[in-house]
Design a protein around this ligand. Structure first.
Ligand SMILES: Cc1cc2nc3c(=O)[nH]c(=O)nc-3n(C[C@H](O)[C@H](O)[C@H](O)COP(=O)(O)OP(=O)(O)OC[C@H]3O[C@@H](n4cnc5c(N)ncnc54)[C@H](O)[C@@H]3O)c2cc1C
Ligand SMILES: *[C@@H]1O[C@H](CO)[C@@H](O)[C@H](O)[C@H]1NC(C)=O
Ligand SMILES: *[C@@H]1O[C@H](CO)[C@@H](O)[C@H](O)[C@H]1NC(C)=O
Ligand SMILES: *[C@@H]1O[C@H](CO)[C@@H](O)[C@H](O)[C@H]1NC(C)=O
Ligand SMILES: *[C@@H]1O[C@H](CO)[C@@H](O)[C@H](O)[C@H]1NC(C)=O
Ligand SMILES: *[C@@H]1O[C@H](CO)[C@@H](O)[C@H](O)[C@H]1NC(C)=O
Ligand SMILES: *[C@@H]1O[C@H](CO)[C@@H](O)[C@H](O)[C@H]1NC(C)=O
Ligand SMILES: *[C@@H]1O[C@H](CO)[C@@H](O)[C@H](O)[C@H]1NC(C)=O
Ligand SMILES: *[C@@H]1O[C@H](CO)[C@@H](O)[C@H](O)[C@H]1NC(C)=O
Ligand SMILES: *[C@@H]1O[C@H](CO)[C@@H](O)[C@H](O)[C@H]1NC(C)=O
Length: 490
């Protein structure tokens, strides 16, 4: 049980917006970027013809692509580091709110939507990947996608890999800073457990590496959400060793085929298996058009990089070049995600009620990701990500829909919340934990609650995050609906 007493002393403010005209901001930029490439080539305002296409290019949730969604005053697309420095210095000086976007996969759109006048710092140009096989490490810039990283690793070696997410279009910038997990987490932990250095720009516009930023800030940006503290330019990662062939399989069972019993056994076994084995369970009501579903696959031997294609539900003969596609292979939809952590197996009778409930609402999918293995070996305070020993599963709740219709949107949002409510007795309590990368503003925001959401994401690590925030961003320049607040703690 964990309770933290927070004495709210004062909620910080952004710098007084006395000099906030967008024109003076834009004029400020060249003054602070002494570079070979003129910063004006990186600036898009609504006056530039390609403004909308630049904005849309990394909108990965159509819920935030409506005409009523507030658009940014400008989008800055840095071509070199000093463009990032200039943007921070000038935006801070002008009291302008800035959102940071790498891959644009934030489930609540916080990297490109704000209720206040704002600009976007869009890092998609900064995407170099430098792999050094001698030291089994790589520097990866934030704008690179996971697919690009994996393709490049596999292009050099078929026995090296990196343990991060399975969706190739996800950006390294947001993904690593929020934890970042994939199907090797039981073997190697999370992405953040394999990050060894970083290059950032802080609230003063200074470029800092691990040594210069110090232990606290380096700790905070690996799982605490870097967007509360700085802009990450690049991460240095440690590659892991994998065999030349890995094995994948897929089994699909309906309730009539005793899928319920199998799931019940699965939940007792999956978190305790050998860490070389990761078995995700996905539960959904098949849509009528998808009667055949995905084919069962017994045991499929392939290289690690080919297994990404399998996991992405693409045909098995798809070229790994598909990993270089920046647009998600399954298209962009409207979506909503929620998460939970399970610490005790769910009683069989409750599972039966859950399946009934899911059939009732129809369109919600649950993905169960077993923990254990390496995840149990890493201390809860080693990184801000606290969901370690004692966790059996993370549940991801998913709803995706194509229709641009407020009726369908409301229905799907209501249903995912209903299933999440239904699960209350069976998941972690005090706090009800949640995964930062599955951003969910239902659990609270800076504006409308007493920061309880930070306990869900970080548990006791919240206190250290508050200290880091107060030290490195006292004017709260790096802020959004769920950023770490400025609070005095006792
Ligand atoms: C299709 C899909 C599949 C996913 N699969 C997985 C998965 O397998 N495992 C997993 O862990 N997560 C997964 N996620 C969640 C994903 O990891 C998070 O949404 C992640 O934050 C996305 O990073 P991004 O750079 O693409 O997003 P963005 O929307 O660009 O950024 C997300 C957040 O990070 C901040 N940020 C981005 N770049 C920087 C930077 N350079 N410096 C500081 N702050 C920054 C943004 O401001 C925002 O708050 C998935 C998401 C989607 C949509
Ligand atoms: C406003 O911004 C401009 C451009 O950066 C700067 O020259 C000026 O001094 C600022 N004025 C105030 C009052 O801060
Ligand atoms: C946008 O328009 C301005 C004003 O014409 C121009 O200076 C700038 O270079 C344009 N941006 C890009 C990316 O072309
Ligand atoms: C977002 O909306 C605009 C205008 O309504 C549309 O042109 C664009 O295609 C949409 N983006 C996506 C990714 O569907
Ligand atoms: C400008 O160049 C100088 C000298 O090369 C360097 O010290 C400084 O950090 C640079 N400033 C920016 C904003 O790039
Ligand atoms: C893969 O490596 C080969 C040489 O080893 C190189 O020619 C090719 O450009 C690389 N592909 C990519 C996409 O980097
Ligand atoms: C993959 O296999 C299918 C049939 O199994 C075939 O139709 C398709 O052309 C193949 N694609 C590639 C890229 O080889
Ligand atoms: C389920 O999703 C499909 C596809 O988006 C949609 O057509 C259908 O109306 C949804 N059904 C329910 C009950 O929400
Ligand atoms: C979605 O629907 C709204 C209202 O029905 C409409 O204004 C908007 O243009 C539509 N957007 C797209 C991308 O079709
Ligand atoms: C906070 O606000 C969000 C969106 O504005 C809302 O969805 C959520 O229910 C609110 N949460 C609380 C705890 O009030």
């Amino acid at each position: 049980m964990l309770r933290i007493l927070i004495l709210i002393f004062c909620i910080s403010y952004a710098k007084a917006a006395s000099n906030n005209s967008i024109e003076t901001f834009l004029n400020c930029l060249p003054l602070h970027s002494n570079t070979s490439i003129s910063i004006s080539k990186t600036i898009y305002t609504p006056q530039n013809a390609s403004f909308s296409s630049i904005l849309d290019a990394y909108v990965r949730n159509l819920r935030f692509n409506t005409s009523s969604t507030l658009k940014p005053l400008a989008i800055i697309t840095p071509l070199e580091k000093s463009h990032v420095q200039a943007t921070i210095i000038c935006a801070k000086d002008h009291g302008l709110e800035m959102r940071i976007r790498s891959g644009g996969h934030d489930y609540e759109g916080l990297s490109y939507v704000s209720p206040n006048p704002f600009i976007i710092l869009d890092l998609f140009h900064l995407r170099s990947i430098d792999i050094d096989l001698r030291t089994d490490s790589a520097w990866v810039q934030s704008g690179a996608t996971l697919g690009e990283l994996y393709y490049n690793i596999a292009n050099i070696s078929n026995t090296r890999a990196f343990p991060a997410g399975v969706c190739p279009s996800v950006g390294v910038g947001g993904h690593f800073s929020g934890g970042g997990y994939g199907n090797m987490l039981r073997k190697f932990g999370l992405a953040i457990d394999n990050i060894i250095d970083a290059e950032i720009v802080d609230a003063n516009g200074m470029i800092l590496d691990r040594r210069a930023m110090g232990d606290d800030l380096f700790w905070a940006i690996r799982g605490g959400g870097a967007s509360s503290f700085c802009v990450v330019l690049a991460w240095k990662i440690r590659l892991v060793q994998v065999p030349e062939k890995v094995t994948t399989f897929r089994v699909s069972k309906t309730l009539e085929e005793r899928g319920g019993d199998i799931f019940n056994q699965y939940q007792h076994v999956a978190p305790n298996l050998d860490p070389n084995l990761f078995i995700r369970a996905e539960v959904h009501v098949p849509p009528p058009l998808d009667q055949k579903g995905l084919k069962n696959v017994d045991c499929n031997e392939q290289s690690w990089v080919e297994s990404i294609i399998f996991y992405d539900d693409l045909p098995m003969n798809t070229s790994t070049k598909v990993l270089l596609d920046r647009v998600p292979s399954l298209g962009v939809t409207h979506s909503k995600r929620k998460s939970d952590y399970v610490k005790e197996p769910i009683p069989m009778v409750s599972l039966d009620s859950l399946w009934k409930k899911m059939i009732e609402v129809e369109n919600i999918t649950l993905k169960f990701n077993p923990y254990g293995g390496k995840m149990s070996e890493i201390s809860e305070t080693a990184t801000p990500f606290p969901h370690r020993k004692g966790i059996l599963f993370k549940i991801q709740y998913l709803s995706d829909w194509k229709e641009n219709s407020s009726v369908i949107t409301h229905r799907n949002l209501r249903e995912i919340r209903e299933i999440h409510n239904f699960m209350t007795p069976y998941v972690s309590k005090n706090p009800r934990e949640a995964f930062l990368n599955y951003r969910d503003i239902d659990i609270g925001t800076n504006a409308n609650d007493s920061f309880a959401f930070t306990l869900d994401y970080f548990k006791g690590n919240f206190k250290r995050l508050l200290k880091v925030k107060a030290k490195f961003d006292p004017s709260n320049f790096f802020r959004h609906e769920q950023s770490i607040p400025i609070l005095a703690i006792k």
